[in-house]
Design a protein around this ligand. Structure first.
Ligand code: PLP
Length: 426
């Protein structure tokens, strides 16, 4: 390269840098206040279930089997509610527990019960067995990691691929270390990458050797019916795979209606082997006399059957998919030519995962905040809030209106460009 050409290149890049900074300042000057932090349903999505607020009605309080839903009892949940969700959970109704809102509470409680009492396969409570560790596919869901953090469970990050966690690593770790008692899995449309576990990964998880006899897979199928495209992705049945492989008690399956009906007033769902269901109901016995069966009956009346769930999720998709498409369209347009930047194209779920060059995520989020766009804190997708490469940003486009989502995505793109430009100058 001649000196003149090199100088012209520097001058050109100086102009480009100025343009990027000016773009950022102009965006900031708009004084916007946008929020892409949490995967919350938008009010219009909640409106789809407005009818729930009037159900089951003053005269409708007898569930099948003549259970008066207003009274105590029915620890495992109403039979018709367990039947309604049996397909979604991939288990017979007798092996389903329908609980109050928040599947996270069930995940929390099953960890705590294992610590205090042991699982049905434990010799002693986990808390009496020295160090306990969980495998944590990363990037992953911050609230899973928070449960481990709160109870002193060591978290071992494992890389997450497009078809599930790095199974060579999972098998190696689980087989070699008896302190490892569990793994967090979001098998379909995972939080935050949208990854879907392949049949081969499911089979390997079910069949792998574990040094701990009471190893548990925390199978958080939070996005089981939350499709964003025409394609309704299906995954292999973990409970059946575990049973076939001779590890019937290995998986705890969780889901909820939080993002089917009302996020704050949904139903939490658990399914597992007969022994695990017996174990969990025994653990729940001193805690409660029974769940909120009024909410269960109103969900049964409202959703009716699996076709009812499917139809509602189609209406959810019509509201939420355009927001994802908008973010992807803007990223495609603005970020395709930025080296080291990539993002996922989920077929379902609630998140897009944006990867920026190493060492850039915190700065992007800082710049976005200063310009009025609130993003999930850097590192939230990793144990203890620490992303060692500082490169993953979780984008949650569900809550704001479409126009706001578009503005926020533009803002994120500007901040990514400016960060990469700054980094290049260092
Ligand atoms: N699991 C995953 C993977 C999630 O992303 C979320 C919410 O964002 C939850 C669980 C929370 O579910 P629930 O409302 O049933 O507690």
């Amino acid at each position: 390269m001649t000196t003149e050409v090199a100088q012209a290149g520097v001058a050109e890049s100086g102009v480009a840098a100025e343009t990027i900074r000016a773009g950022y300042e102009a965006f900031k000057a708009r004084g916007l206040k946008l929020n892409l932090t949490r995967g919350k349903p938008a009010p219009a999505q909640l409106d789809l279930s407005a009818e729930l607020l009037a159900l089951p009605g003053a005269a409708d309080y007898m569930a099948e089997g003549v259970t008066d839903i207003r009274n105590y009892g029915g620890l495992q949940g109403l039979a018709e509610a367990r039947r309604l969700f049996a397909g979604l959970m991939g288990a017979p109704a007798e092996q389903v527990i329908v609980a109050n809102n928040a599947s996270l509470a069930l995940m929390h409680d099953t960890v705590v019960y294992a610590l205090l009492k042991g699982t049905c396969d434990s010799e002693k409570p986990w808390s009496q067995q020295g160090e306990i560790a969980f495998l944590c596919p990363v990037p992953g869901y911050d609230r899973h990691f928070r449960i481990c953090e709160d109870y002193g469970i060591r978290m071992i990050p494992v890389a997450m691929n497009a078809d599930g966690p790095d199974m060579d690593e999972v098998e190696r770790l689980a087989a070699g270390d008896a302190s490892i008692r569990g793994i967090w899995c979001v098998p379909k449309y995972s939080n935050p990458t949208g990854a879907v576990y392949s049949d081969a990964v499911v089979e390997r998880l079910a069949g792998m050797k574990t040094a701990a006899a009471d190893f548990r897979i925390y199978w958080d199928n939070a996005y089981a019916v939350h499709h964003l495209t025409e394609e309704k992705v299906e995954i292999a049945n973990i409970l059946e795979a575990c049973a076939r492989q001779g590890h019937a008690n290995r998986a705890y399956v969780f889901a909820s209606t939080s993002k089917i009906t009302l996020a704050g007033s949904g139903l939490a769902l658990f399914a597992s082997s007969k022994d695990n269901v017996k174990w969990l109901t025994a653990r729940m016995t001193p805690r409660t006399i029974g769940p909120d069966k009024v909410n269960q009956l109103r969900h049964v009346r409202f959703l009716k059957d699996e076709a009812g769930i499917t139809a509602l999720m189609e209406r959810q998709r019509a509201l939420i998919a355009p927001k994802f498409e908008k973010v992807l369209e803007i990223f495609d347009e603005k970020l395709s030519d930025v080296a080291g930047v990539s993002w996922t194209r989920p077929k379902g779920g609630y998140f897009i995962s944006l990867d920026v060059p190493p060492g850039c995520a915190k700065r992007v989020i800082e710049l976005a905040k200063a310009a009025g766009v609130e993003l999930t804190p850097a590192g939230a997708t990793h144990p203890l809030g620490k992303d060692p490469e500082d490169r993953t940003i979780r984008i949650a486009p569900s809550f704001p209106e479409l126009e706001e989502v578009a503005l926020a995505a533009e803002g994120v793109a500007v901040c990514v460009k400016l960060t990469v430009e700054e980094k290049g100058q260092q």
